[in-house]
Design a protein around this ligand. Structure first.
Ligand code: CA
Length: 417
């Protein structure tokens, strides 16, 4: 599919994340401090809450849907409404749209506009589904022969995370305190994490509820869209706490998501297959068609007052399991899924060293610090800003995710310290 032209000039630039082909969903604060739903186009945001209020855009036949300022109610209306809305907004913004002058009054510049969470995160589940990431981490701790746990090639491994600590891009992240016991310590100590890290992930936003098992094909249909996701992780806290029930406090500090939900429909031209399987998957996990996407990803690290270094470049198509497989697996126990459930892909690493999606891997457990502009890093330092970016690359255009940004601030001092 070529670039679809818009009357919004900035949407036709080859380097914009937000051409007419994309139309991602976000929520922003108006001048009055009210949250409105917006659709990104070029360097602007179309205020669709105001359009609906003024009767210029009908989302549903009955009540106003976008009045709450986030996309939860809209998602609940289902794929037919999602498709019709996308068609309507495309028509409003297309080159040959009937009334650009009226619509221009509903445009807000992206620069200087504060974004908020675009949906109510009901629950958050995080997976561990990039083989290169699992192999790297397993190699560090158990050696390359036993790197992948025996279950790994048979199912997507995950854990139930915290919805309460999911924050939108731009929110500062406070370095966590916790219990830490290194291999040479006799007893655990309490204090700030010294191995605080990022995880480059894509989050799938569940847009339709289910109760009981659903197929991979149904799971694919139930996914509304995708966001950039940084799953902040305290490696030292995790190493001590995770046995036998998995990560707990080490992953509960914050998970930053990008402000824009890129609709599954916008990613259609970029579908990709999961890799060859070492084992035949059980039937409930088999994909009837390619359900992964080709999305180029990168991580930038900017020290306090310094210059950004791109420390990783990888691709979402490196995943071993797609979000549809993860969602289908999530439901087989009978686990109900709700509108607004968020599924993290797991850290996305590629086969080459520069494609690693966490600092743990980039510095090989802290043993091989890597260079950045003006210094080196093993883990995240106070004042560092981490920026994730992503885009599916078309012919002369990109379907982008914007950026997912977080700056790390010093740990809270506790009274007894
Ligand atoms: Ca993770």
């Amino acid at each position: 599919m070529p670039l679809m032209k818009s009357w919004v000039d900035s949407a036709n630039a080859p380097d914009t994340d937000f051409p007419l082909n994309n139309l991602p969903y976000g929520s922003f604060l108006t001048g009055d401090g009210e949250a409105h739903c917006g659709v990104a186009i070029g360097d602007a945001i179309l205020d669709v809450t105001a359009l609906e209020e003024d009767g210029l855009l009908a989302v549903a036949d009955q009540d106003e849907v976008l009045i709450f300022g986030d996309w939860t109610e809209f998602m609940a209306l289902g794929p037919k409404v999602w498709a019709r809305f996308r068609t309507d907004v495309t028509a409003l913004l297309a080159e040959d749209a009937p009334d650009p002058v009226t619509l221009a009054a509903y445009m807000v510049p992206q620069i200087g506009t504060r974004m908020v969470l675009p949906f109510e995160v009901r629950e958050y589940t995080d997976f561990y589904s990039s083989k290169h990431h699992a192999f790297n981490v397993g190699s560090m701790f158990r050696g390359p022969e036993n790197a992948l746990p025996p279950n790994w090639l048979h199912m997507p491994i995950g854990y139930n995370g915290r919805a309460s600590s999911v924050v939108v891009s731009g929110t500062d992240v406070i370095r966590p305190n916790g219990q830490i016991k290194g291999p040479d310590d006799d007893v655990p100590r309490f204090g700030p994490s010294r191995r605080f890290d990022i995880e480059l992930e894509i989050g799938a936003v569940v847009g339709q509820p289910s109760s009981g098992p659903i197929s991979v094909a149904q799971a694919f249909e139930n996914i509304f869209g995708y966001v950039l996701l940084n799953d902040w992780s305290a490696r030292d806290i995790q190493a001590w706490e995770y046995q036998p029930l998995g990560p707990f406090q080490s992953k509960a500090t914050a998970t930053t998501i990008g402000p824009w939900i890129v609709p599954a429909a916008a990613l259609e031209p970029f579908r990709a297959s999961t890799p060859e399987r070492e084992n035949v998957l059980l039937p409930y996990l088999r994909e009837p068609e390619p359900m992964l996407y080709d999305i180029a990803l990168e991580v930038g690290l900017t020290p306090d007052g310094g210059t950004e270094t791109i420390v990783s470049r990888t691709n979402y198509r490196e995943m071993y399991y797609s979000a549809a497989q993860q969602l289908a697996h999530h439901t087989v126990s009978g686990c109900p899924m709700r509108v607004g459930d968020l599924l993290g892909s797991g850290t996305i690493s590629g086969p080459d060293p520069h494609q690693r999606g966490s600092l743990l891997e980039l510095s090989w457990g802290g043993k091989e610090p890597f260079g950045i502009e003006g210094g080196t890093r093993s883990f995240v330092e106070d004042g560092d800003t981490l920026t994730l970016r992503g885009a599916a690359l078309g012919d002369g255009y990109r379907v982008g995710f914007g950026s997912c940004v977080g700056t790390v601030r010093p740990a809270v001092k506790l009274p007894e310290e």
